[in-house]
Design a protein around this ligand. Structure first.
Ligand SMILES: C[S@@+](CC[C@H](N)C(=O)[O-])C[C@H]1O[C@@H](n2cnc3c(N)ncnc32)[C@H](O)[C@@H]1O
Length: 351
C-alpha cells in the first residue's frame, strides 16, 4: 500500500459523500466522510482489488450482514470486528442495483415504437427493467399534457397526473415519475419476447439473491425498497431469460434469436459505466450499424461521449445534465432522466 493509493481511496470516499450521497442519504454521507478520515478502514479497503473498494459495496455488505444503520462510530466498530465476513461478501458480490423505476423513463420511447416488441436488456441484473408492460405508472406532468391521451387521470389535481396501467388492471408495482417538456405515453408497449444479458445474472426467484438486491438500496430510500420487493415478487412469477456473458460477446447471438414479426429493441441503463471506454465505443458502433434494431441508451452524461456532447453542445437548448442520465435513441439524446427513473425532461420532441 502506498500513500498515493490511500489518498486516492480517501478522496474517492470524500467525493462520494459530497457528490453522490449528500442530498439523498444522510447515513451514507456520514459513513463515507467517516471512512475518508479513518486510516484503519482505508488500510483494509486497500487490501481489496480496486473495483471492490466502492462505497456502495462496502456499505451494502455491512448492512446486509447486520451492521445496522447507526452512526459512523457504530459502523466502524462493526467493520473492525467483522472484517473477514464483510471482505468475503464484497469479493463475492458486486453492485448490481436493479431499479424497476427506470421503466418510467424508458416508457415514453417504448410506447412510441411500433410493436410487437422483442426487448433485449444488456446489463439486466435480475431483469426487473424487462417488464415495462407489467407495471403501473403515475406521471406528474410539469407542463401541458397531451389532451389526446387515453390514460386515466387521478390525484388531487387530475389534469396534472396521469396513470397508466397494464390492460388487465393496475399492477402491484406503481412507479411515479415527473415528466417535463414531453407528453405522457399513450399506453404500455406490446412486448412479445424479452431476454437479458448480464456478466452475473441474478435469479429473482432466489430469496438470498433478492435480499442482496434489497441491501443495495440505500437506507433512507424506502419507496425504492418497497418497489423493489413488489417488482421482484411480480417478476418471480414469470422470470426472464437471462444469458450469462459479456454484452459485446453475447448481444449478436441473442439478437439472432429475436422472433420474426417483432421489432428488436436493445436497451441498457446504468451499465456502460462498468465497461471500459474502448468496449463502450465498440458497443455503440455495433448498435448504430444495426438498422433493424432500436437502440435505447440510458446512461450517465460522461459515459458515451458522442451522446453527452449533444447535451453539452446545447443541441437540446442548453440543458445541463446535472447528475441525471441521458436517454438516447439510436445515438440521439432525447431526454435527461432521474437516475432511478424519478424524472424525465424531454430535450427534443418524440415522433
Ligand atoms: C447497476 S446494474 C444496472 C441493472 C439494470 N440495468 C437497471 O437499470 O436496473 C449494472 C449491471 O450491469 C452488469 N454488467 C456490467 N458490465 C457488464 C458487461 N460487460 N456485460 C454484461 N453485463 C454487465 C452488472 O453485472 C450489473 O448487473
Amino acid at each position: 500500500m502506498t500513500e498515493l493509493d490511500a489518498e486516492t481511496v480517501r478522496d474517492y470516499y470524500r467525493t462520494f459523500a459530497r457528490v453522490e450521497a449528500t442530498d439523498t442519504s444522510p447515513i451514507y454521507t456520514t459513513w463515507a466522510e467517516g471512512v475518508a478520515a479513518d486510516d484503519e478502514v482505508i488500510g483494509r479497503l486497500l487490501d481489496l482489488p480496486r473495483p471492490k473498494r466502492q462505497a456502495n459495496l462496502l456499505f451494502a455488505a455491512a448492512r446486509h450482514l447486520g451492521a445496522g444503520e447507526g452512526s459512523y462510530a457504530d459502523l466502524r466498530t462493526w467493520l473492525l470486528e467483522h472484517w473477514e465476513e464483510a471482505r468475503e461478501l464484497m469479493l463475492a458480490r458486486s453492485t448490481q442495483t436493479n431499479e424497476a423505476g427506470r421503466c418510467a423513463t424508458l416508457l415514453p420511447v417504448l410506447a412510441r415504437i411500433d410493436g410487437p416488441l422483442a426487448l433485449i436488456e444488456v446489463g439486466a441484473s435480475a431483469g426487473l427493467c424487462l417488464y415495462p408492460d407489467r407495471y403501473s405508472y403515475r406521471y406528474t406532468i410539469a407542463e401541458a399534457a397531451d389532451p389526446s391521451t387515453s390514460a386515466r387521470t387521478t390525484g388531487p389535481d387530475p389534469a396534472r397526473t396521469i396513470q397508466l396501467d397494464p390492460p388487465d388492471g393496475p399492477s402491484s408495482v406503481l412507479i411515479d415519475c415527473e415528466l417535463a417538456n414531453a407528453s405522457a405515453p399513450r399506453g404500455l408497449p406490446d412486448v412479445a419476447w424479452r431476454a437479458g444479458i448480464d456478466l452475473n445474472p441474478i435469479d429473482v426467484t432466489d430469496a438470498c439473491e433478492r435480499e442482496w438486491l434489497r441491501s443495495l438500496v440505500w437506507p433512507e430510500h424506502d419507496v425504492r425498497r418497497e418497489r423493489l420487493i413488489a417488482a421482484a415478487a411480480l417478476v418471480a412469477k414469470d422470470p426472464p431469460r437471462l444469458v450469462r456473458g459479456d454484452l459485446l460477446e453475447t448481444i449478436e447471438s441473442l439478437l439472432a434469436e429475436v422472433p420474426a414479426g417483432t421489432q428488436p429493441v436493445v436497451f441498457h441503463s446504468a451499465v456502460l459505466a462498468y465497461v471500459d471506454a474502448e468496449a463502450r465505443a465498440e458497443f455503440a458502433s455495433l448498435m448504430r450499424s444495426r438498422e433493424d434494431v432500436v437502440w435505447i441508451s440510458n446512461e450517465g452524461a460522461q459515459v458515451l461521449p458522442n451522446i453527452g456532447a449533444q447535451v453539452e453542445a446545447g443541441v437540446s437548448g442548453g440543458h445541463a445534465a446535472d447528475g441525471r442520465f441521458v436517454l438516447a435513441v439510436d445515438g440521439k439524446a432525447i431526454a435527461l432522466t432521474g437516475p432511478h427513473g424519478q424524472t424525465y425532461e424531454g430535450l427534443t420532441p418524440l415522433n
